[in-house]
Design a protein around this ligand. Structure first.
Ligand code: 4AD
Ligand code: MG
Length: 467
């Protein structure tokens, strides 16, 4: 009995002339061609971007016409045969088939991926099948590799992975973009004094899906020193842009005793580590994406890895943008939130390298950021990347109880809901910092894809939650 082997373990092997090895592979047919004598079937099992060529001698009794008819694009096969050196172009080995079993047919009349070269827009409409294309295979393998590298990076540096809740009662970012979680009957809500009576709801209060694990992450950092979170994050912002999802994955490290400079150093080291990891371990998938979609992809990855990130304040950036003479859709002035066109101008046109902006106006940033002495700015930082704009957002945190409470009051955040967060400032407070990496923004950068809906297996965005 042969045991089945991942195709990844076979492609790229070199065998001596006349050498052969018994093998069994299983996978999906990408193409079938040939003539009356012989069929060449390209089979892919998703373990790598390459397909393996299976050669069937049609004169052999093992391959009658009715069997061969069932072998069509998309069908799933189990192939027993011998791995031999290949005469053909583009591969070192191929399989001379002895036996082919069709595990699952795919009717050529109705299989949506019958032809090659579908647009990414079309593939989004068949998100349940698009992992079977070379493009999504490459993207999904890179997604896995980046998640693995992320854990490795933190583990090697003594960080602990903290699991923060997805259901929460606090709006960390204060933007009010939360999806509510409730078991109340929506057609007949319990009311009290003209308001919905949330004491009757499942949690006895109003609850939502989290927009960030940071607040709970801070609790962890104030005990374990260095933690990170990595999980699904939800934002009900109605933004149909190529950089926003309603459900995305965020990674948030939080470090006690780190000041803003340490935070920037960590973010820069982290992004370079991930980029280097992709270049070192994912060469085949990157070359495929580089050749198919973006001829600058690998160059761009290499250049980020070898360059110092430019660091400047928001105020300096606004001065550069105002005196640039460039035409922007949104006007820049001190105090406005920068748009991705501004961020990309700084990165791609002005500095030609990644940029870290710090010391933002306090009114455009969240309540928890450490206040500067000028009374106007806070110690926030955004990391801006080529093609993407903001890839990381973070800050040093306000560790002073009085200052933090005053800010919470100014912003009318109900501080009865924040007592547990404020306790970290009451008991053993310390300087600390952290940031959030949008995992799909990272993947846009690593894969060269241009729409965030194409770097997550099942994207969630306004009007879309089918599969
Ligand atoms: O800048 P943001 O909102 O920061 C926070 O949530 C902080 N609590 C992070 C921290 O300090 N621990 O979000 C962080 C990152 C952004 O830089 C962006 O990359 C990504 O999350 N992001 C999104 N990605 C996809 N779709 C969305 N709707 C996103 N919103 C933010
Ligand atoms: Mg941000």
């Amino acid at each position: 009995m042969l045991t089945h082997t991942d195709i990844k373990k076979l492609t790229g092997l070199t065998l001596g002339e006349g050498e052969s090895r018994p093998v069994q592979i299983k996978g999906w047919v990408r193409t079938k061609r040939g003539n009356k004598q012989v069929a060449f079937i390209a089979v892919n099992d998703g373990s790598c971007v390459a397909s393996i060529q299976v050669v069937a001698d049609l004169n052999a009794p093992a391959f009658p016409e009715d069997l061969m008819k069932r072998i069509t694009t998309g069908a799933c096969l189990c192939v027993d045969g011998r791995l031999v050196p290949s005469m053909g172009k583009g591969q070192t080995v191929e399989i001379q088939a002895d036996k082919i079993e069709v595990l699952g047919e795919a009717d050529p009349e109705t299989y949506p991926l019958q032809k090659k070269g579908h647009s990414l827009e079309f593939l989004r409409e068949i998100a349940h099948l698009r992992p079977r294309t070379n493009t999504f295979g490459a993207v999904l393998r890179l997604r896995h590799e980046m998640a693995y590298a992320l854990h490795t990076f933190y583990h090697e540096r003594g960080f602990y992975y903290l699991h923060t809740p997805l259901i929460t009662a606090s709006d960390c970012e204060g933007a009010g973009e939360m999806f509510q979680v409730t078991t109340l009957p929506l057609e007949q809500l319990p009311m009290k004094d003209g308001k919905i009576d949330y004491s009757k709801d499942f949690f006895g209060r109003q609850a939502s899906l989290t927009v960030s694990g940071q607040l709970e992450g801070e609790l962890g950092a104030m005990a374990l020193s260095k933690i990170y979170t990595f999980g699904p994050t939800f934002r009900a912002e109605n933004s149909n842009t190529p950089r926003h999802l309603a459900e995305f994955w965020m990674n948030e490290p939080e470090m006690a005793f780190y000041e803003i400079e340490d935070n920037m150093d960590l973010a820069e080291e982290f992004l370079k580590y991930l980029t280097a990891y992709a270049l070192e371990h994912c060469g085949d998938d990157l070359r495929f994406l580089n050749d198919m979609y973006d001829k600058e992809l690998i160059n761009r990855l290499e250049s980020v890895q070898n360059t110092r990130f430019e660091r400047l304040t928001y105020t300096q950036a606004v001065d550069i943008l105002k005196s640039s003479g460039a035409k922007f859709e949104f006007k820049v002035d001190w105090g406005v939130d920068l748009q991705s066109e501004h961020e990309r101008y700084l990165v791609e046109r002005h500095f030609k390298r990644p940029v870290i902006l710090t010391d933002y106006p306090k009114d455009i940033k969240a309540f928890y950021m450490k206040q500067n002495d000028d009374g106007k700015t806070v110690r926030g930082m955004d990391v801006l990347f080529p093609q993407i704009g903001e890839i990381i957002g973070g800050s040093q945190r306000e560790e002073n109880l009085d200052k933090l409470q005053r800010r919470i009051q100014e912003l009318h955040i109900p501080d009865k809901d924040m007592w547990w967060y404020l306790d970290t400032r009451r008991f053993g407070s310390a300087p600390h910092s952290g940031f959030g990496l949008g995992f799909e923004r990272l993947l846009l950068f690593i894969t060269g894809m241009t729409n965030i809906r194409d770097v997550i297996p099942f994207p969630r965005y306004p009007q879309n939650a089918e599969f």
